[in-house]
Ligand binder design. Structure first.
Ligand SMILES: NC(=O)c1ccc[n+]([C@@H]2O[C@H](COP(=O)([O-])OP(=O)(O)OC[C@H]3O[C@@H](n4cnc5c(N)ncnc54)[C@H](OP(=O)(O)O)[C@@H]3O)[C@@H](O)[C@H]2O)c1
Length: 332
């Protein structure tokens, strides 16, 4: 099969290779991938910024396809089924946090950027019928992360004022769509006014450019502060979020694209009874609930651009540049 693997001795750090089709182990299914999607994690791997990297591993956490084979007769009902793959592996039994064995598909285990993947059948879910292959492939990792951050950690509910930062991002897109479906008043932020306009056309009530020095005043005036803030950037800008969070509000961090904060407005945090919490992907329960929510509300992932595997370097460069609005997808 052909696949995109990490190859750090190359300038591009990734390579399209021809490799043997995966062999099945007990409990596994062979899925013919129809579409796969990029996450920032894949770009962090390419930049060498992820732990335990190995060259030759097929990248990619997100995929959708058709089950062609299973190892065990007992799983034969899966053959021919259209599926999406849950990339969160070995979460464990505790809904509050993942086990120490937790792994994300696509490093160190071979991922979805290839024509075939061998994957335990307990990671398979039926593809939501209302989604195209490309949309279905865009859902798992970012859709799960946004769902847990917003609903389990953020406890967002109808009537809340919710802010989703960096609306161009993959996770942010889902968080914004889910928040609207819950009935909140939605604010978004972005570095680009074109992305803010697009977000408003898709249902956001207010948009703020976080590069404008007075965006905090604009946000406070428009929304009067936020009950829930969903952020994947962190950095020192977290102090701006502390400033616009309502007393008793929640700030949920799922990423640190801007790095670790050098300072924290601790006084504001304790005086305003703020809850700052972290969120990573989600449990099997979160995944099941997320897929059911997406089906019930008819949510469709926002796709930025669709590439072939041959164009992988262009796709990764686009993610690195932060030019996208929504998910970057490979069609196989
Ligand atoms: N914990 C988890 O389970 C989990 C899961 C997925 C991702 N992540 C992490 O979350 C982050 C985003 O991931 P992604 O896949 O959604 O990436 P992505 O699609 O590449 O999103 C990146 C977006 O971050 C926004 N951004 C950059 N600087 C910002 C700032 N100062 N304030 C607010 N937003 C800013 C930009 O939005 P604009 O273009 O609109 O300005 C950019 O489009 C990454 O760090 C990733 O590693 C964590």
């Amino acid at each position: 099969m052909k696949a995109i693997v990490l190859q750090r001795n190359l300038d591009s750090k990734i390579e399209l290779v021809s490799m043997p089709d995966p062999e099945l182990m007990p409990g596994e299914a062979l899925v013919r991938i129809k579409a796969a999607a990029l996450n920032h994690r894949d770009e962090w791997c390419r930049q060498g910024l992820y732990p335990n990297l190995s060259d030759g591993v097929v990248l990619g956490s997100d995929g959708a396809g058709v089950v062609e084979k299973v190892c065990d007769e007992s799983n034969s009902a899966w053959i021919g089924k259209e599926v999406i793959i849950n990339p969160a592996m070995f979460w464990g039994e505790d809904q509050r946090a993942q086990s120490k064995d937790f792994k994300i598909l696509g490093m160190p285990r071979n991922g979805t950027f290839g024509e075939y993947i061998a994957i335990p059948v307990d990671r398979l879910h039926h593809k939501p019928e209302h989604l195209t292959w490309e949309e279905a492939a865009a859902l798992p990792l970012a859709g799960l992360t946004a769902f847990r951050a917003l609903t389990y950690q953020g406890q967002a509910k109808a009537g809340d004022q919710v802010l989703v930062t960096g609306i161009g991002g993959g996770v942010a897109q889902f968080a914004a769509q889910y928040a609207k479906a819950l009935g909140v008043t939605l604010s978004v932020s972005s570095s680009r006014s074109a992305k803010l306009e697009k977000a408003k056309a898709l249902g956001a009530d207010f948009g703020f450019n976080y590069l404008e020095p007075d965006w905090i005043e604009q946000a406070l005036q428009a929304a009067g502060g936020f009950d829930v803030i969903i952020d994947g950037a962190a950095g020192d800008a977290i102090n701006n979020l502390i400033h616009v969070c309502k007393p008793g509000g929640r700030i949920v961090l799922y990423g640190a694209t801007m790095g670790i904060p050098n300072k924290l407005e601790a006084r504001k945090v304790y005086w305003n009874q703020l809850k700052i919490m972290g969120s990573t992907m989600g449990s099997d329960r979160d995944f099941r609930q997320m897929v059911a929510f997406v089906e019930e509300k008819g949510i469709r992932p926002e796709l930025d651009q669709i590439f072939s595997l041959e164009e992988a370097e262009k796709a990764f460069e686009k993610m690195k540049a932060g030019d996208q609005f929504g998910k970057i997808v490979f069609k196989l």
